[in-house]
Design a protein around this ligand. Sequence first.
Ligand SMILES: NC(=O)c1ccc[n+]([C@@H]2O[C@H](COP(=O)([O-])OP(=O)(O)OC[C@H]3O[C@@H](n4cnc5c(N)ncnc54)[C@H](OP(=O)(O)O)[C@@H]3O)[C@@H](O)[C@H]2O)c1
Length: 314
Amino acid sequence: MTARYTVALIGAGGYAGQVLHALLVHHPCISPRIVHAREPDDEALTVCAACDVVALATPSEAARGWTDALLRRGHRVLDLSDAHRLDPRAHYGLPELQGPPTPNTPLVANPGCYPTATLLVLRPLLDARLIEPEGIAVLGASGASGAGKGLRDDLHFCELHDNSFPYKVGEHRHTPEIEHVLGASVSFVTQLLPVVRGMLVTAFVRPRREPAQLLDGLRAAYEAHPWVTVLAEPGPGLGLRHVVGTHQALLAVGPRERSGLVPVFSTIDNLMRGAASQALHNLNLWLGLPPELGLPPPLLEPPTGLPGMSRMLP
Ligand SMILES: NC(=O)c1ccc[n+]([C@@H]2O[C@H](COP(=O)([O-])OP(=O)(O)OC[C@H]3O[C@@H](n4cnc5c(N)ncnc54)[C@H](OP(=O)(O)O)[C@@H]3O)[C@@H](O)[C@H]2O)c1
């Protein structure tokens, strides 16, 4: 592999930025270049101009300022924040559902962790008309690193250790993103888990077909996509520890409940598939590189019991 690319990384000291930096350091064709500036001053823009893509792993307000300045100068921007996920200029980078960004795309918006987990399990079911678009209810449970490294009262060790509780009920900022890409409205509730990494989304859907057909629909949708594994049934195989440190998404379909609803499930690592490894997947596709370069290898078998420590990557 001879082609070499350089990616400027802004926000490399944050949780998502640290993981993306670690992945880029080990990439065979891409080298990271950390930009320390807090605003797009001349020095920072000169560094960015020498790079093939600028990746932003900053809060969304900061990402807006950086993106405007960079796009004005003709640079390509990959934004991990939610600043541009509804922006018509941006390619929404969920590779299995949206395909690769075209080489002349100026801006790739990397989906968030909750939207990624939710869309991966719900979009194929809606696209294949296997579920009703109305009355979808989603519960997302996340490890505390999803909130970033900033200090917050409810993330204090004494609040979260040995504990779990809902947060931002009725006002979660990622609901519009999920609804926009899904093309359906959702009731969306989030919950903090006393773990550092990992996210489990459970959605209750009204089926148009039997659960076995929903399962077949998901399997067909992801047949050619090795980083999405559809399990035969929900259970310990969906455990967070199977995905932490990986790019894998694990999906499952439950039996029909007496209410008539069917639960469907999705597990990812919020910092990898929900942020950094998805950003790298998008970079590979955008730069015309093989998609697997620098990413943890896909799971070969659906997980069941305790995972091996060898899967614990950045
Ligand atoms: N954490 C996740 O699981 C996750 C998942 C999906 C998407 N995201 C998104 O990814 C972005 C980063 O998240 P995070 O969890 O890594 O946050 P974080 O831990 O709070 O890190 C944010 C980083 O941005 C830097 N920063 C802040 N303002 C800046 C500015 N004006 N210019 C340059 N850098 C600036 C910070 O610098 P200092 O180090 O100097 O404070 C820090 O390094 C957010 O938009 C978040 O919504 C995060």
